[in-house]
Ligand binder design. Structure first.
Ligand code: DP6
Length: 320
């Protein structure tokens, strides 16, 4: 049977960085994110008894490097006695460059596979399956503000506020187009093994989560800004302290941070966060969106700027 689904990437404000268990891909700590709306990945898939193996096409080209992860994810959703699948994926934003493309891809994949196989799993079960493929993907099953709670054996994911209740904007400053040098899975493993800051990072995560949760409930922008920037810079400090060091930033990343600092000094409600890549994401109130976008567009080294509000979780599409 054939099915298509769409999911949007999410941007973590309190980051997932580290695994309790690498094999099952269980995160070592909780995280909190916002799901975007105008950036998307669409997945179309069809199980076909005549196929001799799974096939994957990403934005019109075969993508052998991603195929093993996609096949494993399909095995988890449908079972490994399944028919092989023809999978087609398309995204309207750069993939593999620290823009959370694996989050939207695996969230859309589990929704499409569930429908095509007729399993009809509930959303948290799908979030767990997406999370087994890529930890951050679990959060893209839900919209708005999303909290992921990491237990000893499983995760719980829930929407703590919807996209309409606090309509923030996210402006992504793309500062490098190519794929990142080190994937986040390997970078997390290296951080856990070698960074002297890793254990204190994990110890303080619950406290940051609590502040962020309160900030969302109270719609307190300054509180959210302070804890999100702190959490982001702390995560990068863990990476910088790893051996060999993991530095995802480039000159333009730092120039964008300076732009955000200047906007803050001028009284604009904006803060930054940066993931496992050189792109900077500025989060702001909607009335500041166009101004923040223009300032980032004028920042040296910025290749392109993407702007998005907050949106819904992964869902089925009638047709792609
Ligand atoms: C920095 O979800 O890509 O974006 O589970 O190994 O696939 P894997 O990692 P991934 O890591 C995301 C890391 C982050 C922070 C976050 O999204 O919470």
């Amino acid at each position: 049977m054939q099915a298509s689904a769409q999911a949007q990437p999410n941007i973590a404000l309190i980051k997932y960085w580290g695994k309790r268990d690498v094999e099952s891909n269980l995160p070592a700590a909780d995280s909190l994110s916002v799901t975007l709306d105008t950036l998307w990945t669409r997945m179309s898939l069809e199980f076909d008894e005549r196929l001799k193996q799974d096939t994957l096409d990403v934005n019109g080209s075969t993508a052998p490097s991603m195929l093993a992860r996609v096949s494993h994810c399909l095995d988890l959703v449908v079972g490994n006695a399944r028919a092989f699948a023809r999978v087609q994926s398309s995204s309207n934003f750069p993939i593999g460059a620290g823009l959370a493309s694996s989050a939207s891809a695996f969230a859309a994949l589990v929704v499409a596979a569930d429908q095509a196989a007729g399993s009809h799993l509930e959303t948290n079960a799908l979030a767990r399956l997406a999370g087994a493929a890529s930890g951050s993907a679990a959060r893209s099953l839900f919209g708005g503000f999303v909290e992921l709670t990491a237990g000893d054996e499983t995760i719980e994911v829930r929407e703590i506020a919807d996209s309409a209740s606090w309509p923030l904007e996210v402006i992504v400053a793309v500062t490098a187009a190519g794929p990142k040098a080190l994937g986040s899975t390997d970078a997390m493993i290296r951080s856990a093994r070698t960074s002297p800051f890793y254990s204190s990072w994990l110890e303080r995560q619950a406290a940051d989560m609590e502040i962020a949760r309160q900030a969302v409930q109270q719609k307190d922008f300054a509180k959210l800004a302070a804890v999100a920037e702190h959490n982001c810079l702390k995560m990068h400090s863990v990476m910088w302290g790893s051996r060999p060091p993991i530095v995802y930033w480039n000159q333009a990343t730092i120039a964008c941070m300076e732009t955000v600092r200047a906007l803050q000094a001028d009284g604009h409600s904006v803060f930054f966060t940066i993931d496992a890549g050189p792109q900077l994401k500025a989060v702001c109130l909607p009335e500041d969106g166009d101004y923040v976008r223009a300032a980032l567009e004028q920042t040296g080294g910025v290749i392109r700027v993407l702007q998005s509000g907050l949106g819904p979780g992964a869902r089925l599409l009638e047709q792609v």
